[in-house]
Ligand binder design. Structure first.
Ligand code: TXA
Ligand code: MG
Length: 350
């Protein structure tokens, strides 16, 4: 398959005609990668079971891992899921935006799309290219992140090309993803809301809107072997670069001592907050130090994380030390992705 790449920076008439062609591809059961405000999505017609099959094949993803369906307005979810009071409260406050709600599914969603579950994940993205594409396709778009299964979600069209060239019909290049980590996923079951994946919309944002939110323990902990999970995606190793990642819970000075003791190798690198770079550079003048953004700027860190992990593979890094994020606010989203990238390898120095 030859993959066509189109670049859209503004919604000009040329862009609209590209989007019309992309929508035709979706309607005919093909695959289009499109930008969202979180990460790039690998889209197909959510109502077409064959399209879901193609998505799983393109990603190399097990077909028991369900897909998020993307709608262009919150009300469109009615056709595919049983909504309710909590849904509309959240939709009014956070949609369109980086929030995915898991609801009881209607029969209109093919089993294949929802990985055989009786629930379905619904999201109304904020990115205008994404929304125009869904509107033009006239169907909801099922889309996982547009990476090969196991590698970090793509935040640029270059990342998408690395993984998806020759596997999809079209890639829409809409520039760098704004946030850079995947959407917050919240499961709604009657009046109980459970956070399955943290993102830009934080637990306290959600609680300010609907009251108490439970947090699935899989957000911050490794699963027990064979454990059943609420979100099938949690059981697969994720975001894993080729290098061993070690997360350090402690100040830069103690991190230096620890790294020194562990020994520097050829492929060692250190991901550091901007403020800590001078300390690391002074101690390890020959080691590659990667700027993670300012300590308090979690939006910047979220924006950089997946690109850093991908670059580390291209540079052939074998060992990466990085700071352990806090579990507060957007920190929880970073924490959740980074403990997986590190295969739960955390060193506590405090
Ligand atoms: O930001 C995002 O959410 C991106 C963009 C493209 O929208 N999409 C994304 O999709 O991250 P994906 O498939 O890579 O991650 C979705 C996660 C998976 O871990 C999946 O298991 C879980 O959502 N999921 C989907 N449907 C579910 C359901 N019915 N119940 C529980 N978990 C579900
Ligand atoms: Mg994914």
């Amino acid at each position: 398959m030859i993959t066509e790449v189109v670049k859209i920076t503004e919604l000009t008439s040329e862009a609209y005609s590209d989007l019309d062609r992309a929508a035709e591809i979706i309607k005919h059961g093909g695959l289009v990668v499109f930008p969202t405000e979180t990460v790039y999505g690998l889209g197909g017609d959510a109502t077409n079971p064959e399209a879901a099959g193609k998505i799983y094949a393109a990603k190399g993803r097990p077909s028991d891992n369900p897909l998020i369906i993307h709608v262009s307005t919150p009300a469109e979810a009615e056709k595919y899921a049983y909504t309710g009071e909590l849904y509309y409260k959240l939709a009014e406050r956070f949609m369109p935006g980086p929030l995915t709600l898991v609801l009881k599914a209607k029969e209109t969603v093919p089993k294949n799309t929802r990985g055989g579950l009786d629930t379905v994940a619904v999201r109304c993205p904020e990115n205008v290219i994404a929304r125009e594409l869904i509107k033009r396709a006239g169907v909801p778009i099922a889309a996982p992140s547009a990476n090969l299964s196991g590698s970090p979600s793509p935040t640029t069209a270059r990342h998408v090309l690395e993984d998806m060239s020759g596997r999809v019909d079209m890639i829409i290049d809409g520039g760098e993803a704004d946030f850079g980590l995947e959407s917050t996923i919240l499961k709604i079951d009657g009046d109980v809301a459970t956070l399955l994946r943290p993102g830009k919309i934080t637990k306290s944002d959600l609680e300010a809107c609907i009251g108490t939110v439970e947090v699935s323990h899989a957000v911050t902990e490794a699963l027990a072997p064979g454990e059943r999970v609420l979100s099938p995606g949690m059981k697969y190793r994720h975001y894993a670069p080729k290098a061993d990642v070690v997360l350090i819970d402690g100040r830069a000075e103690s991190a230096c001592d620890y790294i020194n003791d562990a020994g520097i190798m050829d492929g060692t690198a250190i991901i550091a907050y901007t403020e800590d770079i001078p300390v690391f550079e002074a101690t390890f003048p020959t080691v590659r130090i990667i700027d993670f953004g300012s300590r308090d700027n979690e939006l910047e860190q979220a924006h950089r994380l997946f690109a850093l992990l991908r670059d580390s593979d291209r540079e052939g890094l074998t060992r990466i030390y990085a700071p352990l994020p806090s579990k507060e606010g957007i920190g929880l989203a970073l924490y959740n992705r980074m403990i997986r990238a590190a295969a739960y390898n955390i060193v506590k120095l405090k």
